[in-house]
Write a protein that binds this ligand. Structure first.
Ligand code: EPZ
Length: 418
């Protein structure tokens, strides 16, 4: 197992370009199943998660070419099975369910199982397919779904907001007969990006990005070219890293309008920033204040930035109360931050952080999940002394070429064999 060795005390300064969004790239790749013409995606991040999904789609029979952040997916699916070993390694693989059902009338997709941050059920995905007329059975750990006469549009009300279920339903409904309305739909920018791509492929989708999405089914989709939206979570991670290290960092290819909740909170914390249409510059900021945060579905404060924000609060002045409302076990970074001297108490879905303005201390720590791992990297960059982060395969899932990009901005970090 590889690990990262980080020497603290460096400022994160200079220029950095934000990658294409992992959480947009994954559903967009699955949309490649919805036409046998060529779907070309540019600004495709090269991550272990996207590589894993490419393996799955190749297994389904697609012809995939990927080079220099451009991927093309062509051909028809010939195999409708998504096996356990691939789906359990990358949960978003469940997003092949809607496309396979809509295009081929059948899908056998392994139940993804849980992960470090929660049980991660897919009941809302299954209910959406059933609402569209699919017959779904759960057997041998698999979702076995059939729609031999195709899918039929319906009104689907989600009892709680689900990004993945909204995406699966939107893709399935794109080829259903008649109209579908997704009510209480997730509003994340990655969903808007998927809707835009599907419309370029000939779908008739409106309202994506709001909580009611209307889809008028069409007979078939065609090839298209689409640019993956910038990764707001990666951008937020770098912004927080610059603020923690007192750096002067300019981020390029970022969508500030996708970061309203974070930017508003960081302003209250005392982080100085200048914001343009597609770039954000973090200015050297001192006297950072503790500010409470509660995670929520978009446009609220993203759960995927909770761990990174907690690292920032570890060195702010005062007490910050962080409430995690989306996942039931997303405080795995807490014991690791405490090994670095952080003062954090957890009570159910609340964590209270007492900021230590004399900073954190380097220590051996362990990555436990994707966003926890980046929060440890940020903490290590501003800690006194050396930190060793093990199990960094979690990091490689969501951050491409992280070391070289952070080294180019002044960080002292190297990867070593475990
Ligand atoms: C997406 O996961 C993201 N992943 C997650 O990012 C992100 O944290 C999450 O949305 C919330 O924003 C991708 O887009 C690939 P949900 P998803 O369905 O779709 C419950 C990262 O770090 N739920 O919106 O799986 C679920 O348990 C990852 O990049 C059901 O009960 O999240 C959770 O409590 C982590 N039944 C809540 O809904 C279902 O069928 C929100 O989950 C589905 C979800």
């Amino acid at each position: 197992m590889e690990k990262l060795l980080i020497t603290g005390g460096q400022q994160l300064s200079g220029e950095i370009t934000v990658s294409g969004a992992k959480n947009a790239a994954l559903p967009l790749l699955c949309a490649g199943l919805m036409t046998d013409e060529t779907l070309t995606l540019t600004n495709m991040p090269d991550l272990s998660d996207t590589r894993l999904l490419m393996r799955l789609l190749t297994n389904h029979g697609l012809d995939i070419q990927f080079q220099d952040e451009v991927i093309s997916l062509a051909g028809a699916a010939t195999n409708f099975d998504a096996p356990y070993d691939l789906v359990s390694a990358m949960r978003a693989s469940v997003l092949v369910l809607g496309p396979l059902l809509a295009c081929y009338g059948e899908a056998r997709v392994s139940l993804p199982g849980g992960c470090a941050i929660g049980s991660r059920p897919v009941d809302l995905h299954i209910r959406a397919m059933q609402s569209l007329g699919a017959v779904v059975e759960l057997a041998d750990g698999y979702i076995q779904a059939r729609a031999p006469h195709g899918l039929t549009g319906a009104n689907i009300v989600f009892p709680n907001v689900s990004v993945g279920a909204t995406e699966n339903a939107m893709m399935a409904a794109a080829l259903a007969k008649g109209q579908t309305k997704l009510i209480n739909a997730a509003r994340e920018p990655e969903i808007t990006d998927l809707g835009e791509c599907l419309n370029k492929m000939g779908a008739k989708i409106s309202g994506h990005g709001t909580d009611v999405i209307t889809i008028d089914g069409v007979a078939a989709l065609h090839g298209a070219t689409h640019d993956v939206v910038p990764d707001r979570i990666e951008a937020g991670s770098f912004i927080i890293g610059a603020a923690m290290t007192g750096g002067n960092l300019r981020l390029h290819k970022v969508r500030p309008d996708h970061l309203d909740a974070l930017l508003a909170i960081l302003k209250d914390v005392g982080v100085r920033m200048s914001i343009d249409t597609d770039s954000i510059t973090v200015l050297p900021s001192t006297d950072l204040k503790a500010v409470n945060v509660e995670t929520a579905p978009y446009p609220g404060f993203p759960t995927d930035l909770q761990a990174q924000y907690m690292a920032l609060m570890c060195i702010a002045d005062g007490y910050a109360r962080i409430s995690e409302t989306i996942f039931e076990n997303r405080f795995m970074h807490v014991p690791e931050l405490m090994r670095m001297g952080a003062d954090i108490t957890v009570d159910g879905s609340y964590a209270t952080v007492k900021g230590k303005i004399d900073g954190l201390k380097g220590a051996p720590v362990k990555a436990t999940d994707l966003r926890a791992s980046i929060s440890l990297v940020l903490a290590a960059m501003c800690a006194n002394g050396k930190t060793e982060i093990s199990e960094i395969y979690h990091l490689d899932r969501g951050y491409a070429n992280l070391e070289s990009r952070l080294q180019a901005c002044g960080a002292t970090l190297t990867r070593a064999a475990g």
